[in-house]
Design a protein around this ligand. Sequence first.
Ligand SMILES: Nc1ncnc2c1ncn2[C@@H]1O[C@H](COP(=O)(O)OP(=O)(O)OP(=O)(O)O)[C@@H](O)[C@H]1O
Length: 300
Amino acid sequence: MEYAVEIKGLTKVFKEKKAVDNVSFSIKKGEIVAILGPNGAGKSTTILMMLGLLYPTNGESKLFNADARDKKVREKIGVMLQEVSLMDGLKVKEIIGLFRSYYPNPLSIEQLIRLTGLSGEDLNKRTEKLSGGQKRRVGFALALAGNPELLFFDEPTVGMDISARKVFWQTVRELADKGKTILFSTHYLQEADDIADRIILFNKGKVVADGTPEAIKGNLLRQSVSFSTGHPFPKVQFLQLPQVSDVYVKDGRTFILTSDTDLILSKIFTEQLDVYDIAIEKGRLEEAFEQLTVEQKEAI
Ligand SMILES: Nc1ncnc2c1ncn2[C@@H]1O[C@H](COP(=O)(O)OP(=O)(O)OP(=O)(O)O)[C@@H](O)[C@H]1O
């Protein structure tokens, strides 16, 4: 199978700091993938190495089974990095025209205006006169200019207001419907959950989870089933289930921490265990994710 992205053992060490630590994954054509993680988790460094813009200390990155620096590969990708730097002194329409000229099958200016929400007024502005949000729209137009098959967005919605965000995600969905492969990094679990069909979760330079938003949420959530029981509870039998992370007793109640509360309930009933006063605690997703962020800050 030809993958859009294939990285193996990517590692980056800055002086004594390991920013990215032995990261491997592949992305199939047509996937929408979010790279999610707190500040400093290594998301941007990984994306830069994937794109061939930063040399890895170890490991390799391939796009469409070739080196990211190949001209043929470059023509198939569009990139919007965190800092959109635009040449001063040019009007927006001039810089877009310049970018379109680099590609064999560029999108028309009209298509780019529609997809990015740029206005006619924006097109005539000089780049140094643009606000942060307008700059990002232009950056988005430049990423789309070559009608790319694979798009990279590094924290794309930072600095965008609500209406700009809406246009951005609408367009991303439209591009995905056309079969484009999309990879974006974000701090926001909600964004990743809304848009992506796969989330790769980074923490401290490593991939700590990789799966559908549903599966990731299941992993992050500290869900529990708790109950009272008159008899000794078969703790070990439950601990052996891959969906169970812990079983403990607190204030006379037994708690089973699990990614799948339905499974635990069905096991309790089918095995006719003598338990009563059952409660299910779903946990709060944002809280769980924040916990990850706090751990990251403490580690720095
Ligand atoms: N050029 C550099 N020189 C030294 N250290 C760097 C450099 N670039 C990144 N780092 C460090 O590598 C780690 C990972 O940074 P990176 O920017 O990849 O994280 P991130 O997940 O994209 O974070 P954010 O969400 O804040 O953008 C951080 O500790 C950062 O300080």
